[in-house]
Every structure is written in structure tokens, then in C-alpha cells.
Design a protein around this ligand. Sequence first.
Ligand SMILES: [Zn+2]
Length: 62
Amino acid sequence: MVEPTGLCFCGCGQATKAGRYFVATHDRRAETTVIKARYGSIAEFVVAHGFGPDHPEGDGPT
Ligand SMILES: [Zn+2]
């Protein structure tokens, strides 16, 4: 289990409020960074996990 450390988990080095993992909006920044690094695009990411236009409930092939 990952616990908050007081520093933003996006890697920007800024301090967070107590008990928070991210500075406001930086969670989205971190998501985008990881998704693009691992999958190339958000579309590739959702399809890789069984979601996408034909599988809105995530029941597609993975
Ligand atoms: Zn940050």
C-alpha cells in the first residue's frame, strides 16, 4: 500500500496537504505521463484494459 509522503506523487517535488498524494490537478498530470509512457495514448490504454467504444463496461478482450 502506497502512503502519502508529504510530497506530490507526480514527481514535481512540491509539498502536499496532509494526507494527500498530489497537489491539486497533479494526479491528472501523473496519469497522463504514465499512460503515454506505457501505452502511447489514452486510447491505447483503455483498449489494452478491455474498455473502449465497443466495451464501455470494460468487458472487452485484454
Ligand atoms: Zn505534482
